[in-house]
Design a protein around this ligand. Structure first.
Ligand SMILES: *Cc1c(COP(=O)(O)O)cnc(C)c1O
Length: 398
């Protein structure tokens, strides 16, 4: 997945343009910048590649999720439904807005279970936030129908799934707002960066202002801009955007490489009947950034994960025992350990995490192995890796 594996002359040229002009800021300094607007160019590139009307770059994927919530009007006391399997950024962003993360079970797609989602809706629910973990999606038709029925927002966290699609539409472009990360390990990287995309004019305008202190960006004179509302600084710099621009131009080349490597591994593992691949909903096309499969039980998954590490099959994750991506080890969330006081409403809203169990999620995550697909592998290396993986699994099944 990591785009940094394929850094080269294209990235260097874009960065050099910025260094030559000396303008590292994305707004203003029109006379000095020699016509270089890398952030704007990257936004245009994302709009085209992701078939969406608007893209707003931000400083990270976490910022993207926060901005998506803010522009859609999610705030104090609102509940946002999110999955138990995601990155910690999901609940961080929700809590930053003063809202309450409501965690619900995943199914064999490794993403939100629509039945669990519907069961979690209350009068306070404002948004549903599916996370397209490891390059694939939930049953988005079902989630859209639930949103429509209950008048809720659909905010897609597509940080791990750029290049994937659903019913022919790029992931991230399906809900009200979509979020992307370009951090160092994502398919397209800027070092640090992210984007929100939307077809909604008002959400876009709000994102443009909100991410730059509420400045309205009207007129040539920056100091004279008015502030329609309070904002913050979630800006990206021209240097980061320059790297991202060179990367984004090759997005679908990267996806094609991922797909090829994924196919080789999957074909070999498919010969083992006990290996069951994650379900991809009908109409869905993965981004192929990861290959995900289930083994018969937790013990076998642990054994396989250990053998992979010992035999040099790197970048495969058993999320059940991982601190970053699964609720089981998020004690800081369950105990609501914040640095500063938070509202009693949010504290109360999180009390359910003290007692609620997630057996359904556990039974999928316990048996899941998730293997990162790298861009830099040679075909021989992928084939050798596939054989090692197959042998490790066959050994564990004995
Ligand atoms: C990486 C990631 C984020 C956060 O992105 P950053 O750019 O690292 O802040 C959010 N959600 C998911 C699913 C991610 O994988």
């Amino acid at each position: 997945m990591p785009g940094f594996e394929l850094f080269g002359s294209a990235e260097r040229k874009e960065v050099q343009d910025v260094l030559d002009s000396g303008v590292l800021m994305r707004y203003g300094f029109d006379g000095m910048r020699n016509g270089h607007w890398k952030a704007k160019a990257l936004e245009a590139e994302l709009q085209e590649k992701l078939q969406v009307k608007h893209a707003q770059l931000v400083s990270s994927g976490t910022a993207a999720v926060s901005v998506a919530l803010a522009v859609a009007g999610v705030g104090v006391g609102d509940e946002v439904i999110m999955p138990t399997f995601t990155f910690v950024a999901s609940f961080e962003a929700i809590m930053m807005m003063g809202a309450i993360p409501v965690l619900v079970d995943i199914d064999d797609t490794l993403t939100l279970d629509p039945i669990a989602v519907e069961a979690a809706i209350t009068s306070k629910t404002k948004a549903i936030m599916p996370v397209h973990m490891c390059g694939s999606m939930a049953d988005l038709n079902a989630l859209q129908a639930i949103c429509k029925k209950h008048n809720l927002l659909l905010i897609e966290d597509a940080c791990q799934a750029i290049g994937g699609s659903y019913n022919g539409k790029p992931l991230g472009s399906i809900g009200d707002v979509g979020c992307f990360s370009f951090d160092f390990v994502k398919t397209i990287t800027c070092g640090e960066g992210g984007a929100v995309i939307t077809n909604n004019e008002t959400y876009f305008k709000n994102a443009d202002h909100f991410t730059d202190h509420g400045h309205d960006h009207e007129g040539m004179d920056r100091g004279a801009e008015t502030h329609p509302f309070l904002g913050y600084n979630f800006r990206i710099s021209e240097l980061q955007a320059a790297v991202g621009l060179a990367q984004a131009r090759r997005l679908y080349d990267f996806v094609a490489i991922q797909k090829k490597h994924y196919g080789i591994l999957r074909d070999v593992l498919s010969t083992i009947p006990e290996v069951v691949f994650r379900t991809v909903p009908e109409g869905g096309e993965e981004s192929y950034g990861f290959l995900n499969f289930f083994l018969p039980d937790l013990e076998i998954a642990r054994t396989v994960s250990k053998t992979f590490k010992e035999t040099g099959v790197d970048a495969c994750f058993h999320y059940f025992d991982n601190n970053w991506h699964y609720i089981r080890k998020w004690d800081h969330l369950k105990d609501v350990k914040t640095l500063y006081p938070i509202s009693s409403e949010v504290k109360k809203g999180l009390e359910y995490l003290q007692t609620k169990t997630f057996e359904q999620s556990d039974q999928y995550i316990a048996r899941n192995i998730s293997c990162l697909i790298k861009l830099s592998w040679t075909e021989e290396a992928v084939k050798a890796r596939a054989e090692k993986m197959k042998n490790a699994i066959l050994d564990a099944l004995k």
